[in-house]
Design a protein around this ligand. Sequence first.
Ligand code: 13P
Ligand code: SF4
Length: 305
Amino acid sequence: MDERLFEKIEKLKQQRNAVILAHNYQPGEIQDIADFCGDSLGLSIKAAQTDAELIVFCGVQFMAETAAILSPEKTVLLPDKSAGCPMADMITAEQLRELKQQHTDALVVCYVNSSAEVKAESDYCCTSANAVDVVESLPKDRSIIFVPDQHLGRFAADRTSRDLVLWPGYCATHIVITEEDIKNAKAKYPETVVMAHPECTEPVKKISDQILSTSQMLRYAKKSEAKQFIVATEIGIIHTLKKQNPNTEFIAANDRAICPNMKKITLEKIIWSLEDMQYKVMIPEEIRIKAKKAIDRMVEILPVE
Ligand code: 13P
Ligand code: SF4
């Protein structure tokens, strides 16, 4: 890493009383300089807890929005305003309102990978780490709409034996990983443990050993005796997996599983962001208040690990 860039970021952080939060898919050097790295659930909790006045969010739009929803008194900056999540954009608030009209008795669970407007139309938010627990906690006599990720939704439906109304959204990065990739990897490395993210397709998850959120993968690898893993998720996480477990081998299930939006953040953009105080995440107050209710209900339901 360029020491000058690192020193500059440290100086600006102190001047601005800022904290840098980064998702586990961020480029390696950004994970290295962040004050906190995590999955969507961990980042949401951290954003709510921090005393800093300024949060520089190294991730994608919905993650920075979640931080802004939880911490209205803080300024939240996204260093590249075009860093979105295509899955989150697969459903609009208008489309969700129409779906609710077709299922008037249903509770709505939205994956955190959704816009603030969609969260505001939802009863509960969830992340990949607690989707099963959130669905499990809902009254058995109510039907449930789950948006936007059909794969996470199906996973939660299977694990809870609940019948969910699913929206056909998906992550273009995770569906790159195929059943064939896992079968080939297993044939080549028969002793290996396969960790897959719930956003992977059902055939991939079916033949994987562990279905985990990104931070759950980090925790699992640390405590496991296994010395080799196939990692079926965005490959950015392999940086920290290797760093934390130098004697363990981590193999990408598919090395084309790269989220282009996550890679838009660079060290230079973090410096410009701190210097120019851009790009501020702004959410209309009435949307923020409604969206916060759904996130608060989620934060209360921590995953059973
Ligand atoms: P995690 O919450 O597991 O980190 O997942 C976030 C995400 O965007 C997965 O594609
Ligand atoms: Fe969105 Fe997929 Fe990128 Fe996660 S990996 S931010 S779900 S596009």
